[in-house]
Design a protein around this ligand. Structure first.
Ligand code: GLN
Length: 523
């Protein structure tokens, strides 16, 4: 078993996760089996309680774990379903240590960072399986929270033997326009910080806006204490899915394999999408301070070969007149209403849904999006004017979306939603069935509320013999899983999250069908 660990220098958000996933993909593209551990040094037990505006989306794994969005990169690049064992947070480590201490498992010892906390971390490292494990340490070297993880990894590398271990440091090299030069000082300093934890990098990957001159590479090698051929410049790329190929062309994968004594088992093969087509999609969202808040949705579109949707702030739509709203939305051939929580911006999304329904603009609703499609239909077609979700109006006379029975007794916030993959029955008479060609599907969930079809049965078409001119329920589990209006070009809302299972070369059929409809329509 070999280990490739990835640390970050200078700044966060420089594509360390993509670089790590791409190194993994490049090794896997040569027949090696790759395991992953993403370490998040924050004290949260998982990412489930974090605000997407600050931290980006919460990625949900098949086994119902609420992870950092980096786990999504690994799934998409490695075509592999991640689980809760692929993510380790400081919150998990410390809560395990404290639980063990309370259970008397340390037999009277004074419980300390070294060896008790480090042992907990090393235990997780020792459970990885495959030819090679990619271990990514979140954050930037120098963060107080990550010190103990670096120490545990250093100890672990001594135990396993340095020949089976490789340290990659991914760092940012800023470009100064005024003097037309790249500045390596921050990188020199981040390597010094890394060395203070007893770790010397074997490979340094430089991230920056444009191609690095050889002089910059030489300087980093000299000050970083590594050979010149261990420093690789990886400038920004238009298409992140081309990076595994770039890693291979640069020879990073070969360097890694040579160092840890691995050989490729098959010739390199990596096929990836090129997001070049424009379907003119508007995504009406409420978390707009970072694109990361809707990462998996945006990547699901890219994986179908389409350009990024335009983000529209749902709150701004609330203040517009009908004419203004129409004049904004008429420029788009399709609308996506993504998931979300809380009342803010909801009415803007409902207005966009109404516009799409009335103008037959292809519409895809994801989780919250589907719930709002149901509310809009109840209000404007079934004429239940004050229909709402009890999430937004606990006193609504028409709770068409209501809290799930099993959720009513839950008081704690973390990890308590309906989470993860579950079997869903798709009705053969639905448009959804045409998309999946299957009656039985598995999709991932993350919600507390559900469509209250039992209480409002006259609004819904639940079986084939019901009048078709109602809101058609096209898939069910214990809950309503999808609604549609079959006479529209594309009007589908799903309670689950198809965006979590799109992968490179395996785009999700709902997204492919939606985008294809948008490109073919004249809207
Ligand atoms: N807020 C809604 C619920 O909890 C939708 C959740 C979501 O979009 N992920 O049911």
């Amino acid at each position: 078993m070999k280990y490739v660990t990835i640390t970050g220098g200078v700044l966060s958000g420089i594509g360390k996760g993509i670089t790590a996933a791409s190194i993994g993909a490049a090794l896997q593209a040569q027949g090696l089996s790759v395991d992953v551990l993403k370490i998040d040094p924050y004290l949260n037990v998982d990412a489930g309680t974090m605000n997407p505006n600050q931290h980006g989306e919460v990625f949900v794994t098949e086994d119902g774990y609420e992870a950092d969005l980096d786990l999504g990169h690994y799934e998409r690049f490695l075509h592999k379903n991640m689980t809760r064992f692929n993510n380790l947070t400081a919150g998990q480590v410390y809560s395990n240590v404290i639980r063990k201490e309370r259970n008397g498992e340390y037999l009277g010892a004074t419980v300390q960072m070294i060896p008790h906390v480090t042992s907990e971390i090393k235990h997780r490292l020792s459970q990885l399986k495959g030819d090679v494990a990619v271990v990514e340490i979140g954050g930037t070297v120098g963060d107080i929270e990550s010190e103990i993880f670096l120490e545990a990894i250093r100890e672990f590398s001594m135990e396993v033997g340095h020949d089976s271990f490789l340290f990659v440091h991914v760092t940012y090299v800023p470009y100064l326009k005024v003097t037309n030069e790249f500045k390596t000082k921050p990188t020199q300093q981040s390597i010094q910080i890394l060395r203070r934890s007893g770790i010397s990098p074997d490979v340094i990957v430089l991230r920056g806006e444009k191609k690095f001159p050889q002089a910059t590479v030489n300087k980093v090698a000299l000050f970083g204490g590594v050979p010149v051929n261990a420093v690789f410049g990886l400038e920004d790329s238009e298409n992140v899915y081309s990076i595994p190929e770039k890693i291979h062309t640069l020879g990073i994968d070969k360097f890694v394999m040579d160092k840890v004594g691995l050989k490729p088992l098959s010739p390199f093969s990596w096929d990836y999408p090129k997001p070049e087509r424009d379907a003119k999609i508007a995504m009406i969202g409420k978390y707009l301070s970072t694109d990361d808040a809707y990462k998996s949705v945006l990547e699901s579109v890219a994986l179908c070969g389409y350009k990024k949707p335009k983000m529209i702030d749902s709150e701004t739509l609330e203040k517009l007149s009908d004419i203004e709203l129409n004049s904004i939305l008429k420029d788009y051939s399709g609308i996506i209403i993504p998931g979300g929580f809380g009342k803010r911006g909801i009415e803007g999304m409902i207005r966009a849904i109404r516009y799409a329904r009335e103008h037959d603009v292809p519409l895809l609703g994801l989780c919250l999006g589907m719930q709002l499609m149901t509310i809009e239909y109840a209000r404007n077609v079934a004429k239940l004017k004050e229909a709402n979700s009890t999430e937004f109006d606990p006193n609504t006379p028409y709770p068409i979306v209501d809290i799930m029975e099993e959720q009513k007794r839950i008081m704690k916030l973390g990890g308590t939603m309906r989470l993860g993959s579950e079997e869903i029955k798709v009705f053969e008479w639905s448009n959804l069935y045409k998309i999946y060609s299957s009656k039985r599907i598995f999709e991932r969930h993350r919600h507390r509320y559900e469509v209250n079809a039992n209480a409002f049965e006259s609004i819904f078409r639940m079986k084939e013999s019901d009048p078709p001119e109602r809101l058609n329920v096209s898939a069910m589990s214990k809950f309503v899983e999808a609604v549609e209006l079959p006479e529209k070009s594309f009007y589908i809302g799903v309670q689950y999250h198809p965006e979590y299972i799109s992968k490179v070369s395996m785009p999700h059929p709902i997204f492919s069908k939606f985008l294809e409809t948008c490109t073919n329509s004249d809207n």
